[in-house]
Each structure stands twice: as C-alpha cells, then as structure tokens.
Design a protein around this ligand. Structure first.
Ligand code: C2E
Ligand code: CA
Ligand code: CA
Ligand code: CA
Length: 279
C-alpha cells in the first residue's frame, strides 16, 4: 500500500492535543505497543430489532498506554495508517478478535458474530486476503463467525481487485459490511458488483433523525435500499429512545449505539451480554 501522507496534519494535530510527545516518538511507541500487547479490544453489541437478540459484536481497538492511559482509536489509527503500522496493527486486531471468539466458543458463551474493522490501507495491501486467511487458519476460527467492516473508499480504488478479494473472502464464509455508509462516494454502482451483506448507516445521519427531515429522508432511503438489495442495515450511534422509535418505524433491522451499550471490555461484555435477554 502507498501512503501519500495527505493526512499528516490531521494525525499530527490530534496527537498533539493528546500529548506533548512528538510524532516520531509516538510512532516508536506505537510500534512497541503492538509488540508488547498494549493494544486491547473493546466490543460493542449489535441488536436485531425484530427478535431483540444480539447478533454481532464489533471489535474496536484501544491503546492502553503505560503513561497516558486508554487512547481512543481516532488518536492513533490515522498515525498508524500514515506510517504503515496499520498493517501489523490490523493483523493484531484480527488475530486477537479471532482468538477471543475461539475462547468464547470454547466457554460456550456470547455466541455472536464478530465484526472487525479493516482500514483502507489494509484492504489495498496486495497480501491482505492471504494474511487474513492465514490468521483464520492459525487461530482455528470458523470464518462464518467473521464480518469485515470496510469503507466505500476501500472498495472504490480498484474495482477488479476488489471483486476478486471480496469473492475470495466471501467464498470462505466471511461477511462484508460497508461502514459509514452514505458519507463516502455517491456512486451506488458498486453495490451490484460486490458480495455485500450489510450497510452500516453512518452515525451523522442517525444523530438528528428525530429533528432533521433530510437526515430522516437519507436514513429512510438507505434502509429501503438495503431491503431491496436484501442486505442487513445497521443504524450506528443510536443514543436515544426517540431515535430508536423512528428507526423501528422506518423498518430498520438492526442497531448499535450507546442506548444499548458503548464498546466495553471483554470482562464487561461477558458480565452484561452473556445470555442477554430481550429489553
Ligand atoms: P467506526 O468503525 O465507525 O466505529 C464506531 C464508533 O462510534 C466507535 O468509536 C464507537 O465507540 C462509536 N459509537 C458507537 N455508538 C455510539 C453512540 O451511540 N454515540 C456516539 N457518539 N458514538 C458511538 P471508537 O471506538 O472510538 O472508534 C472510532 C473509529 O476508529 C472507528 O469508527 C473506526 O473507524 C476506527 N477503529 C476502531 N477500531 C479499529 C480497528 O481495530 N481497526 C481499524 N482499522 N479502525 C478502527
Ligand atoms: Ca466500524
Ligand atoms: Ca461506522
Ligand atoms: Ca467511522
């Protein structure tokens, strides 16, 4: 993958706000963090509205920094993408999510799919699918438990390669969802060429669904597009009951958001969502 460095300022500024350490030092520390297991995965549940069941847990990475404490992904993923560390980081995330799923299977708990975020840099890496399949084989996870969340920008780069990669992943049983749907590209053409299982409506549309008629119209359109294409639609960032009520009316099938739960640690997800009963 090529890194143009066009996000340099964004990454640098957000890291600057976070800490006084400079860019190079942060990069060195992040490299160490991947090796020394300072990264951890939190999990956020996805709820199916028709049944009231949890159907999926999204793995979201955090950096447990020895001096700075827990660092949010938006404060180090851009840096990782810029300096190429996103490749080992992404592999760590996938391996850890697979291992966790295997642990849960062995314990007979939390029998849900696991969704893993795939950065565009990762997806464009020519070895991506081979590396992913290698990790899946090593960890022994049944790939049908896995969902890869990719963004529109990932798949619009090179359509031919994308079709080949997605077909390969799909064949072994991995589901594909389009993350942040609606904010990327206006072309919907790709939807008919690619094996996609799920559209995740970006939080920015869901946020004002109860007060802004344009956001409601867009959300509604995505939900109906999803039905027409026979794919799952997830509303992201659902925080309030008023939003949930509208989403039910618009026949949205699944939700994620603080209303149900923020992303939480393995310990907390085991406490709260094993044998989860309908709300
Ligand atoms: P995303 O994939 O769109 O993940 C959803 C983000 O929205 C998460 O932030 C989640 O905590 C937050 N969220 C969920 N429900 C609500 C809600 O009701 N209200 C609000 N205000 N926020 C909500 P988080 O965990 O900080 O992650 C931010 C972004 O960092 C992710 O956005 C994703 O793009 C990236 N990211 C996180 N983990 C990974 C990873 O393992 N690999 C890669 N490549 N990117 C990751
Ligand atoms: Ca995501
Ligand atoms: Ca998202
Ligand atoms: Ca996002």
């Amino acid at each position: 993958a090529k890194h143009t460095g066009k996000n340099k300022h964004v990454a640098y500024n957000s890291l600057n706000k976070l800490t006084s350490v400079n860019h190079i030092q942060m990069e060195t520390e992040l490299r160490q963090a991947i090796l020394e297991n300072e990264l951890i995965l939190y999990y956020q549940p996805r709820l199916e509205l028709s049944t009231g069941n949890i159907i999926c847990l999204e793995a979201l990475v955090r950096w447990n920094h020895p001096r700075l404490g827990l660092i949010a992904p938006n404060d180090f993923i851009p840096l990782a993408e810029e300096c190429g560390l996103i490749l080992p980081l992404g592999e760590w995330v996938l391996r850890e999510a697979c291992l966790q799923k295997v642990r849960w299977l062995e314990a007979g708990i939390l029998n849900y799919q696991i969704a893993v975020n795939i950065s565009p840099c990762q997806f464009q890496d020519e070895h991506f699918s081979d590396k992913a399949i290698h990790i899946i084989e090593k960890t022994g996870i049944d790939p049908s438990y896995l969902e890869f969340e990719i963004t529109e920008s990932s798949i619009m780069q090179n359509m031919e390669t994308t079709v080949a990669v997605l077909d390969k992943l799909c064949k072994i049983g991995i589901s594909i969802s389009i993350d942040d749907f609606g904010i990327g590209y206006s072309s919907l053409n790709y939807l008919k060429h690619f094996p996609i299982h799920c559209l995740k409506i970006d939080r920015s549309f869901v946020k004002n669904i109860h007060s802004n008629k344009d956001d409601l119209a867009i959300t509604n359109a995505i939900i109906h597009l999803g039905h027409a294409l026979n794919v799952q639609v997830v509303a992201e960032g659902v925080e309030e009951l008023s939003q949930l009520a509208i989403l039910k009316e618009t026949t949205c099938t699944t939700i994620q958001g603080y209303l149900l739960s923020p992303p939480v640690s393995v310990f907390d997800i085991e406490q709260s969502f094993n044998q989860y009963n309908r709300p």
